[in-house]
Ligand binder design. Structure first.
Ligand SMILES: [Zn+2]
Ligand SMILES: [Zn+2]
Length: 137
């Protein structure tokens, strides 16, 4: 019984993440999952997300002082992220556009299974406002 319930929860979380390109946090995912499985707690959603991350189906985007965001790893569409320091917007960056890193700096025998890059900066909107001259000294 427990197995069946866990599988349904897992499936529901996957469906929510699959349908979203918003890089939601756990609370947002919880709200969506509850539309299908009203009894699911936020703690269960966290545990399910942890398991999905361990299994390599979901990636996290973590920023200091803010809720961890989650993203479904679409098969064959591996991508990296660009995060705006101003508004927190997260943009997808196609992995195919990023050259493979030379593994020379890695410990000998280290096997790379996954490469994750995060580009930090300012999105066009935030870049414009902070560089603007509209604010008097
Ligand atoms: Zn921004
Ligand atoms: Zn993404």
């Amino acid at each position: 019984m427990t197995m069946v319930r866990q599988t349904r929860q897992r499936q529901a979380v996957i469906e929510v993440l699959r349908a979203s390109r918003e890089h939601p946090d756990a609370a947002w995912i919880h709200g969506r999952v509850r539309q299908v499985l009203p009894q699911v707690s936020l703690g269960t959603v966290y545990r399910t997300l942890d398991a999905l991350v361990r299994d390599g189906l979901v990636v996290t985007i973590e920023r200091a002082g803010q809720a961890t965001r989650y993203d479904y790893k679409h098969e064959g569409h591996d991508h990296h992220h660009a995060v705006c320091r101003g508004c927190g917007a997260i943009f997808d960056v196609e992995a195919a556009d990023i050259p493979a890193l030379p593994p020379s700096a890695l410990p000998a025998g280290f096997q790379v299974t996954d490469v994750r890059l995060e580009f930090m900066g300012l999105c066009p909107q935030c870049g414009n406002t902070s560089a603007g001259t509209s604010q008097p000294d």
